[in-house]
Design a protein around this ligand. Structure first.
Ligand SMILES: *Cc1c(COP(=O)(O)O)cnc(C)c1O
Length: 388
């Protein structure tokens, strides 16, 4: 009997070790892991470079309080600021903490300029920003909020793609629009570039802030460092987590100078956030992702993956409805419930994970090899044949 509460419906399998794109189960089987901890292990399992980085740091210093200067966190913050829109960062330990911090930064900014009533956040209905009390009400999903009242106030919602409702929902109390650049849990729904541009324009006109949640789609997953980069816009606040830690818990909220001005001494904090161990891994992940040609390779391989998946879609037009996503954040939308399909993929040694709208999420590590993609394609095709 498990002593773990039953808040997960766990698949009856566990793993002894992992290497790159593969996981080895306790019962001696080898799986191609295209879940990677849900876009967390951005450089695969047991990456030697990351192992070396954390080993080295673990012998020097694990943890010191943020009331001291932590050089490793100064370094990671500098590097992220230099490469992105951000001027300042606050480190956290998870995605939910990072998005919640993003909400705090937005509200605090308006408070600090004498507009404390401007504190509402406008979000996409049934989006995903984490599981804390505030972030579940930011999502507005019934499934996530049911039984967790009283409701956390301060969130308004519009349906994904409903531009009219979005514009109508902005009031004098709106502080920010917060959206996932690519909806992950919601079914790999991409906000197109023209739409991101429009969002920026609306925020400028209304003098409100734009928060882009890049917890799942950021850190190279889309083939660009941030998924919004192709649109050429600059958000005000961006929470990150998942991929930046390469498997170690690490989150952060990135912000521009303007909004950072509200975050004065004592306004926010985290005991673990920015600890040397997490920072050593974060820096090692960036060493790899910032390498010349790394993201170009993600783009190239993902283009190949998408085109091969579209060929399968053409071959099985009654099974596969749509190939979704950008880069290596891929969704295979089926016409019917995807549960059985995912199980059959697993029976054939390919691990994938569900998302909303009958979507099978495919999340290889960013350093996946072409022959591993070919293996996945072969397996997906094989399973399609059994569904014919
Ligand atoms: C996973 C996720 C979160 C929450 O991250 P946790 O580390 O599970 O708290 C927030 N936003 C998005 C878009 C996510 O995909």
């Amino acid at each position: 009997m498990s002593a773990l509460a039953k808040n997960y419906n766990r698949r009856k399998i566990s793993f002894k070790f992992g290497k790159g794109s593969f996981l080895y189960s306790t019962n001696g089987k080898k799986y191609l892991d295209f879940v990677q901890g849900i876009a967390v292990n951005s450089l695969g399992h047991s990456n030697p470079y990351l192992i070396n980085a954390i080993n080295k740091q673990s012998k020097k210093l694990w943890h010191v309080s943020n009331t001291f200067i932590i050089p490793e966190s100064e370094k990671l913050a500098q590097r992220l600021a230099k490469k992105t829109f951000a001027d300042f960062l606050i480190f956290q330990n998870s995605g939910a903490e990072a998005t919640e911090a993003a909400i705090k930064v937005a509200r605090r900014y308006f408070y600090s300029i004498g507009q404390p009533k401007k504190n509402r956040i406008l979000c996409v209905k049934n989006s995903f920003h984490g599981r804390t009390l505030a972030t579940i009400y930011a999502s507005g999903s019934k499934k996530m909020t049911e039984g967790f009242g009283p409701k956390v106030e301060g969130f308004d919602h519009f349906e994904f793609g409903d531009h009219k409702a979005l514009k109508k929902s902005i009031t004098s109390k709106t502080a920010a629009i917060m959206v996932e650049t690519i909806m992950g849990e919601g079914g790999i729904k991409v906000i197109p570039n023209w739409c991101l541009k429009e969002l920026r324009k609306i925020c400028n006109q209304k003098k409100i802030l734009l928060i882009l949640d890049e917890v799942q789609c950021g850190i190279g997953r889309s083939g660009s460092f941030f998924a919004f980069e192709n649109s050429k816009i600059k958000p005000d606040i961006v929470p990150i987590a998942k991929g930046i830690g390469g498997g170690f818990p690490l989150g952060a909220v990135l912000m521009n100078k303007k909004v950072a001005s509200g975050m004065t001494v004592g306004t926010h904090g985290s005991t673990f956030g920015g600890n040397p161990l997490a920072m050593s891994v974060g820096n090692a992940v960036l060493d790899q992702i910032f390498k010349k040609g790394f993201l170009r390779n993600v783009k190239k391989l993902s283009k190949y993956f998408h085109s091969e998946l579209n060929k399968i879609k053409k071959e099985f037009p009654k099974i596969i409805k749509e190939v979704r996503g950008v880069g290596l954040l891929i969704g295979l939308q089926l016409f019917d419930d995807q549960t059985k399909f995912i199980q059959k993929l697993m029976d054939n040694k390919l691990l994938t994970i569900r998302a909303a709208e009958n979507v099978i999420r495919i999340l290889p590590p960013l350093n996946v090899k072409k022959q591993e993609i070919d293996l996945a394609i072969k397996t997906i095709k094989k399973v399609c044949l059994t569904f014919k």
